[in-house]
Write a protein that binds this ligand. Structure first.
Ligand code: URA
Length: 315
């Protein structure tokens, strides 16, 4: 593990010398990094030695993560400011126009899927050998969850929320007394936002989508809402909330979560992204999301037992 951390340190130094000042790391990656640093600190008698030898790069990345989940704020200049990195294109053609055929939901969804997977912009932004991702779930779902963008697992499987955050989302859905297949799960984005290249090599990790990317994909999300016609929407995390409510419409997720908003004529609950729990395993964190989900269950007329009301109260 020590060798791996030193290798990571060397790579971060190399990127830094190439002018890269920001490195996006997936939620899961951050959890793993934190664990590795803590464990090394335990085994070597302290992280101080590590910090000395790694010039604080790794701990800086790890400690930069806020304790309450706020995904990195949207920074359009983040990639362009990365010096030697070649930024992915953020100039996109006008957003697609979706015309859904008449027919049942399955027919309409299939037509939408066909349009999305053949969309030249989606195709040119998805990595070679990886998949464009559309939502998944029940066509008669009362509840539609909306996340940010596909990650590593999602672009392989072509399905949203199948990685660690997705497994947690599935557990959250089960705690609501539902099965994953009872709801519909979509994302703001249909492709995994590409990381900039440094010295011709792609960086590892995820980055939040640019506003232009989200604007481009939004008609596809709206079309899924039109097809499924759920009773309500749940935005998971800052990026999804920004995509649905508009950039600059709120200062911090904490200000708007747990409250009802509206999007596309549907009630919209905003809550934290499941990654928040991956990074903050406390009952307090779980309870915050859970309280938002109780509101969702009530509005969707789902039964809420006393036992469910008491989940994660032991803070
Ligand atoms: N996070 C998201 O927001 N969406 C996914 O599909 C996976 C992880």
């Amino acid at each position: 593990m020590r060798l791996a951390l030193h290798a990571l340190h060397d790579e971060l130094r190399r990127l830094k010398s190439a002018g890269v000042s920001t490195v996006a790391v997936s939620e899961e990656g951050l959890v793993a990094l934190r664990r590795a640093v803590t464990s090394l600190a335990r085994n070597t008698g302290g992280a101080r030695e590590l910090r000395a030898t790694t010039n604080i790069l790794v701990p800086a990345v790890v400690s930069a993560v806020p304790t309450a989940y706020e995904p990195p704020p949207f920074r359009p200049a983040q990639v362009a400011a990365s010096g030697g990195a070649s930024a992915p294109a953020v100039t996109l053609p006008p957003a697609p126009v979706v015309t859904l055929p008449s027919g049942d939901k399955a027919t309409r969804w299939a037509a939408l899927h066909e349009q999305v997977v053949n969309d030249p912009t989606c195709r040119s932004n998805v990595r070679a050998g990886k998949k464009i991702v559309l939502g998944v779930g029940a066509f008669d779902a009362k509840i539609m969850f909306v996340g940010e963008a596909p990650g590593a697992e999602e672009e392989i499987q072509g399905e949203p929320f199948v990685g660690p955050a997705g497994q947690l989302l599935t557990k959250m859905i089960q705690a609501m007394g539902l099965k994953r297949g009872d709801v519909y799960i979509g994302n703001i984005m249909n492709w995994r936002p590409q990381m900039p290249k440094v010295d011709g090599r792609e960086q590892v990790g995820n980055r939040p989508p640019h506003e232009a990317e989200m604007r481009y994909c939004l008609p596809y999300l709206k079309a899924q809402i039109e097809v499924v016609n759920p009773d309500l929407l749940v935005a998971l995390g800052t990026t999804a909330a920004q995509g649905l409510l508009g950039f600059g419409s709120f200062a911090a997720l904490g200000d708007i979560r747990g409250k009802w908003h509206a999007f596309a004529g549907k009630p919209l609950m905003v809550t934290y992204h499941p990654s928040y729990i991956l990074r903050n395993q406390s009952n307090r964190s779980k309870r915050m999301i859970w309280e938002d989900l109780i509101k969702v269950m009530e509005r969707a007329a789902l039964p809420v037992s006393e036992k469910q009301r008491g989940f994660f109260l032991d803070r």
